[in-house]
Write a protein that binds this ligand. Structure first.
Ligand code: DC
Length: 167
């Protein structure tokens, strides 16, 4: 029979949520949504000149497969669109639809267990210091050939924490 089962994995950027989510999803055969990607895909559309709310309302799962969503510019645009209440509302709907799919779903990102999926069967909170998270993000970015410094990545993590915390 059909089964709905949601695993909510919360925590700030680059804390290790993605690694844990992918492993949980693989272990149980659940679908996985990195919710940061939906804000990034919306931000990427806005960088191309689209209206933020339109970009959020017309978002599709295939938009999350773009290969440019991990760049610092897109991360910054994502953080900015995430501050727009109407955009967040549209993306909350997207996330709840995903969480309610049959066969189980793992969602990771900020506010997942509290705001997006308060009824989730399982909730985890994963965190680490800004320095540890910046180091992880620095390794990810340099491994992909991006020319960034540790100092810049740490400053970026702190700026985004402050912006995300003041929403
Ligand atoms: O986790 P990330 O770096 O991919 O997230 C990019 C931006 O998206 C982040 O700055 C804030 C926003 N975001 C959010 O508001 N809520 C989420 N659940 C995930 C991301």
């Amino acid at each position: 029979g059909a089964m709905k089962f949601t695993v909510a994995i919360d925590g700030p950027a680059a804390a290790g949520k993605g690694t844990i989510s992918r492993r949980v999803a693989a272990e149980f055969g659940f679908a996985h949504l990195d919710t940061g990607l939906i804000y990034r895909a919306t931000g990427a559309r806005v960088l191309e000149g689209q209206d933020p709310l339109r970009a959020a309302e017309f978002l599709r799962l295939s938009d999350l497969e773009r290969d440019d969503l991990r760049t610092p510019d897109v991360a910054d645009a994502a953080s900015q669109v995430a501050a727009i209440a109407e955009v967040r509302e549209a993306l909350v709907t997207f996330q709840r639809n995903f969480a309610n799919r049959e066969g189980g779903a793992v969602l990771d990102g900020r506010d997942i267990g509290t705001v997006i999926c308060p009824e989730a069967e399982v909730k985890l909170f994963v965190t680490a210091t800004p320095e540890i998270r910046a180091e992880r993000r620095y390794q990810e970015l340099t491994a992909r050939g991006l020319d960034v410094t540790r100092e810049d990545v740490l400053a970026d993590v702190k700026t985004r924490d402050a912006r995300d915390a003041s929403r």
